[in-house]
Design a binder for this molecule. Sequence first.
Ligand SMILES: *[C@@H]1O[C@H](CO)[C@@H](O)[C@H](O)[C@H]1NC(C)=O
Ligand SMILES: *[C@@H]1O[C@H](CO)[C@@H](O)[C@H](O)[C@H]1NC(C)=O
Length: 395
Amino acid sequence: MKLSASIFALLAVATFSSVDAAPAVSTDPAVKTLTIPLTGNPSYQRNATSAVLKARGKYNRFINSASTFANTGTVPMIDYLYDVEYYGTVKVGTPAQSLKLDFDTGSADLWFASTLCTNCGSTQTKFDSTKSSTYVSSTKTWSISYGDGSSASGVVGFDTVNLGGLSITGQGIELAKKEATAFQTGPIDGLLGLAFDSIITATGVKTPVDNLISQGLITSPVFGVYLGKQTTDAVGEYVFGGYNSNHINGTLTTVPVDNSDGFWSITASAATAGTTTTTTSLGAIEGILDTGTTLMIFTNTIATKVAKAYGATDNYDGTYTIKCDTSSFAPLTFTINGAKFTIPPADLIYYRGSTCIASFAYANLPFAIFGDAFLKSHYVIFNQAVPNVQIALSK
Ligand SMILES: *[C@@H]1O[C@H](CO)[C@@H](O)[C@H](O)[C@H]1NC(C)=O
Ligand SMILES: *[C@@H]1O[C@H](CO)[C@@H](O)[C@H](O)[C@H]1NC(C)=O
């Protein structure tokens, strides 16, 4: 199980500085950049419905594929192992060096293994700043302490970062000189933080999304996140500057975000867990949307209720053992701004072996974490300027 980068980041930051004022940009997440030209044909019988259908058919590749808009960048993700983490390739420097990064809405640092590193993993790609003509060094340093007692740290530089075709210039990049053991053997070279810049450990550095907005590379201050499942497609996708409606099933619910601690924090007014015959009310749940955390994490008190509702037993390491047969389970349901969102019964199992491990857990935190166990059933459009999110079922 991947440890949570956001828990790490949370523990690392003792005090949160005040959040910078939101950039003066459009707050409309649905800004479309495509105009469909229609040619008049007077002899053709007017029928708006068929005209729309015809236009949609003709321009289908533009309509539902945000990636073809001028001001968006799309990064396909690989779904690692049992939906443990999702990573995508980002190009850094000139000429570009490709790095595999875990995109993490629960932290804000962009860091990766580098040739300055004394203990980075042998299979990791290490960024070599001496081979990049656009690299600018600095005297800044960065350091993240992790929940397991280890840490990653290094120096800050600035370079061109290409995110799905959008080329950010002068992006602050954090080159690891040392990193935790967990990263040395893992599939990723580093992390790309998508939380708010108030929690970046390198002073004064902006996030890639900050720079996409301030450099005018995207016109809509949003990114759309699709995380798939190992049991279906085993992929994911991030769209910067837009979203991909091909992955949205049904209506989007707009949800206010509290970013005072630098996270994408939302509140579910109610939640329930249980079986097809008995459900337990869990009360209101405040939690952060965190693509970098594998599981659905509850506070200890709520987790105990959830475990009891599903007959799961505590493994005393934050995880629960749960029945492998989910047929009697009701979905774990959250009411968010009037709409109901669920973790379906099958996804209440994180790992299937001779016994099964639940996808919900506890971490002794004062808030919940809506991790991948929740997000892999939902499409989320993160709007940094408002800030808010729009959530729908995904497909
Ligand atoms: C217009 O086109 C739609 C879709 O092709 C069709 O269902 C509908 O019956 C048409 N309406 C008229 C008035 O012809
Ligand atoms: C969309 O959601 C509905 C309602 O939950 C479900 O029945 C349907 O199968 C979903 N469609 C896709 C393509 O996933």
